[in-house]
Design a protein around this ligand. Structure first.
Ligand SMILES: *Cc1c(COP(=O)(O)O)cnc(C)c1O
Length: 223
């Protein structure tokens, strides 16, 4: 059996230089994260505020924590002191709260706007129309403590490669639209977060720059 460290190195070997691996550690024990850390991994993704806060105090301080789950505005304050990037921003209200909390800690927080392209109803993220509306609003708003870095999306839970290919290309197209309009002067706007354990090679072919891989590194989650 391959160790977590070997699995991480295997994936990294296959990634083009502009693509980074976020190791998704939700529901995984501290020991598994430490093992990944030993192999050089520094980017970790978590979905739940309380779990992230518990882990962040116990684990090495040079870990870059990416928040990838649904985020309620009233919980931003708990992660604002240390979070490195928030992938799951899908409203103006959330942006305003991130701005307020980041300012309080004299930090600039990296964010991605999460779009919804998958077939499942339950997944969060902005619809096409909501993205357009937010992009429009952002032209006139200023968030000095937020760095807009790109777009995040999830494809459907499916093995249909054509469907996944279409959805990843859709996410890429939404990134292009945002980059060519509201963010045309924003140099930091270059990331596309897409691709998980089952579909990351295809996501990379479609232009992903951040893959979020959990179960294929750490095994099944111990909920
Ligand atoms: C859990 C999760 C992942 C990782 O999924 P795996 O299939 O375990 O690789 C990636 N992105 C998000 C948003 C998640 O919630």
């Amino acid at each position: 059996m391959k160790t977590i460290g070997q699995k991480i190195l295997d994936i990294k070997e296959q990634l083009p230089p502009q693509v980074n691996l976020v190791a998704v550690s939700k529901f995984q024990p501290k020991e598994s994260i430490e093992e990944a850390y030993e192999s050089g991994q520094r980017l970790f993704g978590e979905n739940y505020v309380q779990e992230l806060c518990d882990k962040a105090v116990q684990l090495p301080q040079d870990i870059q924590w990416h928040f990838i789950g649904h985020l309620q505005s009233n919980k931003v304050k708990y992660i604002a002191p240390f979070v490195s990037m928030i992938h799951s921003v899908d409203s103006k209200k959330l942006l305003q709260e991130i701005e307020k909390q980041a300012a309080k800690h004299s930090r600039v927080i990296d964010v991605l706007l999460q779009v919804h392209v998958a077939q499942e109803e339950t997944k969060s993220g902005l619809s096409d129309a909501e993205l357009d509306e937010l992009l429009d609003e952002l032209k006139t708003l200023s968030f000095p403590h937020i760095r807009f870095c790109g777009i995040m999306g999830m494809a459907s839970f499916s093995n249909d490669q054509d469907l996944l290919d279409r959805e990843f290309n859709q996410i890429h197209a939404l990134f292009q639209k945002a980059k060519q309009t509201t963010f045309s002067q924003i140099e930091s706007f270059q990331q596309i977060s897409m691709g998980m354990s089952g579909d990351w090679p295809l996501a990379v072919k479609c232009g992903s720059t951040l893959i979020r891989v959990g179960s294929s590194l750490f095994g099944e989650r111990k909920k």
